[in-house]
Ligand binder design. Structure first.
Ligand SMILES: NC(=O)c1ccc[n+]([C@@H]2O[C@H](COP(=O)([O-])OP(=O)(O)OC[C@H]3O[C@@H](n4cnc5c(N)ncnc54)[C@H](OP(=O)(O)O)[C@@H]3O)[C@@H](O)[C@H]2O)c1
Length: 360
């Protein structure tokens, strides 16, 4: 059992109001409910959505809020009904935007079925996995929710996952194109595409990331700074196979429109931001907007818990490699400057990670 009492306080980086400034505060340590774990957060990774919530006032309705959804740490206490975890286990989990389940604090709650043990990577590496892997996995492998019953337009290419029996190499011989493979989401989409057997796996990125992306499974890396005509011509030289699956991990208007243009008739394009495609509904091409949260809704939770059940094994096998890491100084306080760097597009091919326990 945990040695923490319920009245104990912890340090947290709190966003007090919509479009407010982050404040380092003392808040109570939450207690795990049924099906939950209390984690001591050793590392939390930063995501673009964290600065977008702060500066644009999107997604979160209730304040104050603790952000941060990429979390790794140790199990501190175990809620009723949880099996398979012990106090002290090293784990990773995807957080939720609420004060009890955010990562920008020293202790957080986690849903046990969305938590995986890890044994062979650092806390910092582990914290780079949940959001990126979850977004890539949900975008490629969830059953799509019909648009008429889902106002958020969550969707997925709807492939069969490589972590299920019979899933490895299921798409051998089919080509895939990943825009922005050196982004965090892109790196995991690339690795999942490799496990699914796609070939060629064509990616766009800055060319200084070529060797790194090849080590994760890219068969071809095309310079992301090319014009559309140059990109199209490079891809034609690589393959004559139809491009039936494209994952746009960047989803700026220019990448979305280029991806849609390159998509074969009847193919599916997964995007991670809202659609800005000018010429939709051509040739039976499908566009799906990924919602990268494995804790909800239930369709995502089902895929998420199946993935988390097998994640420890995938990590031990080396089938999924974490992102490269840059550790920020000054614990939770370092997050503010890190989010500014993400906002200014000043991070390339690494994930920024904070260590909440190092907060002064
Ligand atoms: N829908 C969801 O639920 C969901 C979930 C997670 C993330 N997202 C969104 O997904 C996007 C990516 O997030 P992330 O955390 O993976 O980003 P990230 O790791 O911060 O992305 C940085 C990388 O983006 C690459 N990049 C930037 N512009 C590019 C372009 N025009 N073409 C190709 N690559 C480009 C850069 O590659 P080089 O260094 O090679 O130039 C850089 O390494 C963000 O907009 C985020 O908000 C959505």
């Amino acid at each position: 059992m945990s040695s923490l009492s319920s009245s104990q306080l912890q340090k947290a980086l709190v966003l007090p109001s919509r479009r407010g400034s982050f404040v380092l505060s003392s808040i109570p340590i939450p207690r795990p409910q049924k099906g939950q774990l209390l984690l001591k957060v050793h590392a939390c990774a930063l995501n673009p959505v964290d600065w977008k919530i702060q500066t644009r006032g999107i997604i979160v309705q209730d304040f104050p809020i603790v952000l941060g959804t990429d979390i790794s740490g140790t199990v501190e206490a175990i809620g009723d009904g949880v099996e398979g975890f012990s106090v002290g286990d090293r784990v990773l989990t995807q957080g939720v935007f609420d004060n009890n389940c955010g990562g920008f604090q020293q202790y957080t709650l986690a849903n046990a079925d969305i938590t995986a043990k890890e044994t062979n990577i650092s806390f910092e590496q582990a914290s780079t996995i949940p959001v990126g892997l979850g977004t890539a996995a949900l975008g490629l492998y969830t059953e799509s929710i019909p648009k008429d019953i889902d106002p958020l337009e969550r969707g997925s290419v709807g492939l069969f996952p490589p972590w299920e029996e019979g899933g490895r190499n299921k798409y051998a011989g089919k080509s895939v194109l990943i825009f922005g493979a050196s982004s965090s989401v892109g790196q995991y989409a690339l690795q999942l595409a490799k496990l699914s057997g796609f070939s060629p796996i064509i990616t766009t990125a800055s060319l200084h990331n070529t060797a790194f992306l090849q080590s994760l499974g890219a068969t071809h890396v095309v310079d992301r700074h090319l014009s559309f005509a140059e990109l199209q011509s490079s891809i034609r030289q690589i393959t004559s196979k139809p491009l039936e699956v494209i994952f746009d991990a960047i989803s700026l208007p220019e990448t979305q429109n280029a991806a849609y243009e390159l998509l074969s008739p009847g193919g599916c394009l997964a995007i991670v931001l809202f659609s800005s495609i000018n010429s939709a509904n051509e040739g039976g091409k499908r566009i799906v907007k990924v919602f990268g949260q494995v804790n909800f809704p239930p369709e995502n939770r089902k895929v998420g818990s199946a993935l988390y059940k097998r994640l420890t094994r995938l990590l031990e096998e080396g089938a999924i490699q974490p992102n490269r890491v840059e550790v920020l100084p000054r614990g939770l306080e370092g997050i503010v400057g890190g989010l500014d760097r993400l906002k200014n597009d000043a991070v390339s091919g690494v994930k920024l990670v904070a260590r909440p326990q190092e907060t002064a």
